[in-house]
Write a protein that binds this ligand. Structure first.
Ligand SMILES: [Zn+2]
Length: 326
């Protein structure tokens, strides 16, 4: 809150939190208690310039609906689905959009005059979960998001760790297999090649081909597709091929988290993204396997692993508070 001398009153200050995705842009008006008071979304237009104009229009619409103007906002924060240099807003690597080496800050400054902050979407999610979600009150947190790829965010001593130029904490591109599967980033053996929803679907299809009699094949026929839920549903019914898929998939996740637990020793691992909807069917095997990768497990145990609780809201809340976590 701020004291407005001209009016002689204390005014609430708001923040814009924006989650820019490859297919849609979601934005919210966030208050000082991390609540999203108003929200909206638009489809991401086909060009970078049009996308930034659509983002600005969305923010002005949201403010207008609440009877607010830009001066009621202390800042706007943006989570982007790629690597971004926070200070300049320059997008340096984007394997899921065609935007590369453009300055999001320069483009948005044509429309907005409040301070603008930038971070990658996974970093925004861990900030949101740490301020207002599963890791509230924790100071050392690592989050992974299991979706099309694997996003990662690291909080150390209450601050986001993004590395030099803000380009670190790319947990999804940490190699876990020597000479492994080729990643969309151009490297090979990346964590996301084995732990993403895309990887789980590939592993499920491989099991279906190797075991035509499995319940996986019947499930796919009934639902008309294979998705991240297929193997979990069939493993629940004790289908051996499905149980093997889950065993292998959760072993890969535990391998990645094992490296992270020994480097960062987080108070909490948070797992978000679509695959996390499987809940304890995903988390219990990961917890059990993580013990065998944790240094001095028999003395101090491992880091707890919990599901993210804010869903898509984490990205918006975290983006709105990027300035406080750097
Ligand atoms: Zn990669």
């Amino acid at each position: 809150m701020v004291f407005d001398q001209s009016l002689g009153v204390i005014r609430m200050r708001y923040r814009f939190g924006v989650d820019i995705g490859g297919t849609s842009v979601k934005a919210g008006v966030v208050d000082e208690n991390y609540r999203i008071l108003s929200r909206g979304s638009v489809r991401t237009p086909d060009t970078f310039e049009k996308s930034m104009k659509a983002v600005a229009d969305l923010l002005f619409d949201l403010a207008g609906q609440m009877g607010l103007s830009e001066s009621d906002f202390s800042c706007a924060g943006f989570g982007v689905p790629c690597s971004v240099i926070p200070g300049t807003g320059r997008l340096v690597f984007a394997n899921n959009t065609n935007w590369k080496n453009v300055s999001i800050k320069n483009e948005l400054s044509k429309y907005l005059s409040i301070p603008l902050y930038f971070g990658n979407d996974a970093n925004c999610a861990v900030i949101g979960e740490t301020l207002a979600g599963a890791a509230r009150g924790k100071k050392h947190v690592v989050m992974i998001t299991l979706g099309t790829g694997v996003g990662g965010g690291i909080i150390i001593d209450g601050k986001m760790f993004a590395g030099g130029d803000g380009l670190g904490a790319e947990i999804g591109h940490m190699p876990i297999v020597y000479n492994g599967i080729r990643c969309t980033c151009g490297l090979s053996g990346c964590f996301e090649c084995y732990a993403s929803a895309t990887a789980l679907i590939r592993q499920t299809k491989e099991a279906m081909a190797a075991h035509p009699e499995s319940a996986l094949n019947a499930w796919a026929k009934e639902h008309g597709e294979v998705n991240g839920q297929t193997a979990f549903d069939c493993a629940k019914e004790k289908d051996p091929a499905a149980m093997e898929v889950i065993d292998q998939y959760t072993s890969y996740i535990a391998t990645g988290l094992g490296g992270l637990v020994n480097i960062f020793r987080p108070e909490l691992f948070i797992i978000g993204g679509g695959v996390s909807n499987a809940g304890d069917a995903l988390l219990d095997p990961v917890r059990a396997k993580l013990s065998s990768y944790t240094l001095a497990y028999d003395v101090v145990g491992s880091a707890p692993v919990q599901k993210a609780i804010l869903g898509n809201d984490a990205g918006m809340i975290g983006a709105a508070y990027l300035d406080q976590m750097n």
